[in-house]
Design a protein around this ligand. Structure first.
Ligand SMILES: NC(=O)c1ccc[n+]([C@@H]2O[C@H](COP(=O)([O-])OP(=O)(O)OC[C@H]3O[C@@H](n4cnc5c(N)ncnc54)[C@H](OP(=O)(O)O)[C@@H]3O)[C@@H](O)[C@H]2O)c1
Length: 221
């Protein structure tokens, strides 16, 4: 059995990715701030015949996030795939001229310290799994590539996350660990030909399986 940890797993993309990887035999660690919501999603997936467990973690607490990922490994086995996809808070998205240093603390904790803490925690286990097994998948909105003046916190912090992901891709690729990014323009929409959660989950599965690209952009043009 092999494990995916979904950091920021809710009823949209998180659930769809859990089902897609679950169909391939992965056990699934679902991380979100609310133990109750994570357990609720895990119970649904278990009801569908998948192996899933919920874990409470706030990505804005790097030490707590690392401890929780360690608990995922203890409960479900070595993490082969880490997906970093928590849904950013609305209050990160303020107009640029109204944004103060204090307003950037949350976005930077969320999109830079969180990814660094999560990657540091899982990389040793991925190395131990051996070549061409482990993947780290980052999911972002379109401001990861094109900053927008009314979405300042996420624009600035996603740019940092994007740079970190690209650096990891370069360095870990040499060790057979694949690092990739999915960038989604606009909103995730059920029933949309490209942005339905199940379609996006298929893209993430393919990034892990094919290991041939750093980035896929969906509806960013
Ligand atoms: N939704 C969109 O329209 C959209 C558009 C473009 C890109 N994206 C990207 O898609 C991913 C999210 O997909 P989704 O919107 O379908 O979400 P989802 O998988 O349905 O849920 C994401 C979960 O993230 C959790 N979360 C939020 N803040 C957190 C924190 N501080 N620590 C830990 N968990 C946290 C929330 O659960 P708790 O409240 O329990 O913490 C939420 O349920 C993100 O990477 C986002 O950048 C989304």
């Amino acid at each position: 059995m092999t494990t995916i940890a979904i950091v920021g797993a809710g009823p949209g993309l998180g659930a769809a990715v859990a089902r897609r990887f679950g169909a391939e035999g992965f056990s699934i660690g679902l991380l979100s701030r609310s133990q109750e919501r994570a357990d609720g999603l895990a119970a649904q997936l278990v009801g569908e015949g998948l192996q899933a467990q919920g874990f409470a973690a706030d990505v804005r607490d790097p030490a707590g996030l690392a401890r929780t990922l360690e608990r995922v490994t203890e409960a479900l086995g070595p993490i082969e795939v880490l997906q970093y996809s928590p849904l950013p808070q609305k209050d990160f998205m303020r107009p640029v001229l109204e944004t103060t240093p204090a307003d950037l603390i949350g976005p930077v904790e969320f999109s830079i310290y969180g990814p660094v803490a999560a990657a540091h925690q899982v990389i040793p286990g991925m190395r131990a799994l051996g070549d061409d097994r482990g993947s780290i998948l980052f999911v972002n909105g379109g401001t990861a590539l094109v900053p927008r003046a009314h979405l300042t916190g996420t624009s600035i912090a996603f740019a940092g996350e994007t740079a970190y992901a690209q650096l990891l891709h370069e360095v870990l690729g040499e060790e057979g660990i694949h690092v990739a990014q999915l960038v989604i323009g606009g909103s995730i929409e059920a029933g949309h030909p490209e942005k339905d959660p199940a379609k996006l989950a298929e893209v993430l599965w393919d990034l892990h399986r094919a290991r041939d690209r750093f980035r896929v952009e969906v509806a960013t043009g």
